[in-house]
Design a binder for this molecule. Structure first.
Ligand SMILES: [Zn+2]
Length: 406
């Protein structure tokens, strides 16, 4: 793979912002970060802010559709799932090939600056799609659907799944404490008893945590994923984020699928910031939110060479428009329009048309599209995908998370 250099203002990690930095990319990795000019035949300079690629810590790619389904105020996920599966919208979605739903979800993530997404789904469902998606879905994980007796059978026994995660040093992912029935509120104690709670556990939702649950999660070193919009829509409550931050629990942000949750990660960050303010009266600092979509998920999902811009790490970037405030605020407040370039494994996947030169220089095929009124280059055939989806359902289906002319 050709060597190339990306120059601009860079956020290296939440604590270390550097200005006017040059990043050399070679064979998918960052091989040099320097204030000094780096010579290269391909040198791309941007006025945007270069951030490490965003990590969406919870999604169900197969379930990416729109609008939301449900009445809210559920006691746990099961009645929502029943409402979903008996809805006309579910019938509509069922007419679409799984492959196309996976691609739609992956593009949704890509255009919002996400380079890595955790797709919480059994491996046999997701496996056929990993290699064709325009973003990276985390491939190495073990899982359970949830902890309670009515959990979907997504994995082996919890102790086996967790043990395997430790042996392979990969995450063990499960929904936890998603609801308020007498069984679900005991989830964390049950999970611990079943041998599934430890530093390899990634716990999704965690709505009904008690003080002692949070103490136990901190003690065990587990990671928590916050899906604020999904929680508020389904339960009108969310996780005790402030109390967990005070305990220094590793917290990440996930969208969940847009049939219950946020449209994309950009929307979710803004939603969660507002929600926090509403619940606690305090500002959730941009730096904290930024950590929740970069270094925290890299830690929780054990992605040791992702989550920051540094030599040796994988070259995953999102370049966002400078909004004039702090660099981190430009990322946390970005809208779809502001995503100027997304680079995955050292190659451009999506960007403003002014970056077409980069796609051409690296021999990356792209399609020209108009996204939210802005001309963009994107890998693959997104317009064809949207047309296929519309043909499958019999009308022009449009998604707020994909404002594309097709
Ligand atoms: Zn979920």
């Amino acid at each position: 793979m050709k060597k190339w250099v990306l120059s601009g203002s860079a956020i290296l990690n939440p604590d270390d912002t550097s200005e006017k930095v040059n990043i050399q990319i070679e064979n998918g990795r960052i091989t040099l970060v320097s204030k000094k000019e780096i010579s290269s035949s391909i040198n791309i300079t941007t006025r945007g802010i270069i951030s490490t690629g965003l990590i969406n810590a919870h999604d169900h790619l197969l379930g990416n559709y729109y609008p939301k389904v449900g009445t809210g105020n559920y006691v746990n996920w099961l009645p929502w799932d029943n409402d979903l599966k008996s809805s006309p919208l579910y019938q509509e979605r069922s007419q679409i090939e799984n492959r196309d739903l996976y691609m739609l979800a992956a593009y949704k993530n890509l255009i919002s600056g996400v380079t890595i997404v955790s797709d919480h789904m059994p491996h046999f469902v997701a496996e056929p799609y990993y290699d064709i998606l325009p973003v990276k879905a985390i491939r190495e994980y073990t899982l359970a659907h949830s902890v309670n007796s009515f959990a979907l059978k997504w994995g082996d026994d919890i102790d086996k799944e967790y043990k395997q995660a430790v042996e392979l040093d990969i995450p063990f992912i499960t929904h936890v404490s998603e609801g308020f029935d007498s069984e679900t509120v005991q989830d964390i104690v049950t999970l611990d008893r079943k041998g599934g709670l430890g530093d390899h556990s990634v716990l999704i939702h965690c709505l009904a945590f008690s003080e002692s649950d949070m103490d136990l999660v901190k003690k065990k070193g587990s990671t928590v994923v916050w899906c604020g919009d999904s929680n508020m829509f389904m339960y009108n409550r969310t996780a005790k984020i402030k109390e967990m931050l005070e305990r220094k629990i590793n917290i990440c942000i996930g969208t969940d699928s847009p049939m219950s949750g946020g449209e994309n990660l950009l929307y979710e960050m803004k939603f969660d910031k507002k929600l926090y303010k509403k619940l606690y009266g305090d500002e959730l600092p941009d730096e904290t939110i930024y950590r929740m979509v970069t270094v925290n998920p890299a830690k929780g999902f054990r992605l040791y060479d992702s989550g920051t811009i540094k030599e040796g790490n994988i070259a995953d970037f999102v370049v966002v428009k400078d909004r004039g405030g702090s660099y981190i605020n430009s990322v946390v407040s970005a809208n779809l329009k502001d995503i100027m370039l997304v680079v995955i494994n050292g190659l451009p996947a999506y960007g403003d048309i002014e970056f077409a030169e980069l796609f051409d220089s690296l021999n990356i095929q792209y399609q020209e599209v108009v996204m939210d009124g802005v001309e963009k280059a994107i890998i693959g055939d997104l317009k064809g995908l949207l047309r296929r989806i519309s043909r499958a359902v019999g009308f022009k289906k449009q998604f707020p998370f994909m404002p594309l002319e097709f």
